[in-house]
Design a protein around this ligand. Structure first.
Ligand code: ATP
Ligand code: MG
Ligand code: FE
Length: 332
């Protein structure tokens, strides 16, 4: 089964062709970073327009690179939730038009599920496993019992991990997107120079909270400024990164012990972080469990993961009709 995946939920316009949900024949990603950089974050209206400009091109490229034409495709999978509504609508409208014109079945995909499915690309990794999804807008611990069978064990009660990276990077003048910039700055910093607090939520140990950490960093920056002390950006970046990773590792450790699984997977843009990967590798050794990280290019937004998720929904008979709509919020 050949799946054409389409992703336009945020600031990446992407199309991919995936064979049997696993083998990536093409994965074309047009990043809008340049368009948003001067504003320090994603501007929704600019994102929608940029998707419109690039959508035809990325789909054509994806088919071309896979050496296929639309006639060869068996199913079209498109992200329809959650994300920026205007951005999602570009992908959904395009996919509906293509599905109608080429007479191909259409499947709507949840973007967060897509991040989880990134774990299956180019591997034979399979459920059940515990999955930590850490992205720009989400921080969730899922028990993935089977394809399409997810149970939320914990989630953030305020900011997402990626959001914290982006906001702290902005305060440090490191620009957007914040995650890669903080990772780079942190490499030449001392992560033990400042102790930032890691929130733990009483009564729901598997939930996360990152807004307190973000505020602690902002307060630290203001205090140093008032005292006339020059801040060392690298040290702040490294200490902040250490605190985020610690919070993620601790809750994940709790979840592993609670549900007694022997397999952990990571997903989402923040899972690209090198320091995070080191600490989760350590955790897996310590607990004697397996840990799976998708390659970096499949952690951040891409259409290959959407094609994979769409393929498994298609196998499950979950085909959409032309009433398929876009939704800003997730159904989980
Ligand atoms: P969501 O998936 O929740 O809708 P999104 O699609 O914007 O949000 P992703 O594309 O999964 O999120 O990931 C982007 C986020 O990942 C950004 O917050 C970015 O700063 C962060 N990120 C990317 N690379 C790294 C890295 N190396 N270290 C830390 N964070 C990173
Ligand atoms: Mg993005
Ligand atoms: Fe994402």
């Amino acid at each position: 089964v050949l799946t054409l995946g389409i992703e336009t939920s945020c600031d990446e316009t992407s199309a991919a062709v995936v064979l049997n949900g696993r083998k990536v024949l093409s994965n074309i990603i047009f990043s809008q970073i340049e368009a948003h950089q001067k504003f320090g974050g994603v501007v929704p209206e600019l994102a929608s327009r940029a998707h419109l400009e690039k959508i035809c091109y990325v789909v054509e490229e994806a088919l071309k690179k896979a050496n296929l034409s639309i006639k060869d495709i068996d199913v079209i999978a498109v992200t329809n939730r959650p994300g920026l509504i205007g951005a999602l609508l570009v992908g959904v409208s395009y996919a509906k038009g293509l599905s109608y014109a080429a007479k191909k079945p259409l499947v709507g995909v949840n973007h967060i599920a897509g991040h989880i499915y990134a774990n299956f690309l180019e591997t034979n990794f399979s459920p059940p496993f515990l999955c930590l999804v850490v992205s720009g807008g989400h921080s969730h611990l899922f028990w993935v019992e089977d394809y399409g069978k997810f149970k939320i064990l914990g989630k953030t009660i305020d900011d997402a991990a990626g959001e914290a990276f982006d906001k702290v990077a902005r305060a440090l003048g490191l620009g957007y997107p914040g995650g890669p910039a903080i990772q780079k700055a942190a490499e030449s910093g001392n992560e033990d120079s400042i102790t930032f607090p890691v929130a733990q939520i009483k009564g729901s140990e598997l939930d996360f909270s990152f807004s307190g950490l973000k505020t602690a960093v902002l307060n630290y920056l203001n205090q140093q400024k008032q005292k006339g002390i020059k801040i060392k950006t690298e040290d702040v970046a490294a200490s902040f990164q250490k605190a985020v990773v610690k919070a993620l590792v601790e809750n994940t450790r709790q979840a592993i012990l609670q549900i007694k699984t022997d397999t952990l997977a990571l997903a989402g843009g923040v899972a690209a972080n090198k320091r995070l990967r080191q600490e989760f590798s350590k955790l897996s050794q310590e607990l004697g469990i397996k840990v799976h990280f998708p390659p970096v290019e499949f952690c951040t937004d891409n259409a290959a993961m959407i094609a994979c998720a769409g393929y498994y929904s298609f196998l499950d008979g979950k085909v959409s009709d032309f009433s398929l709509d876009a939704y800003a919020v997730s159904d989980f």
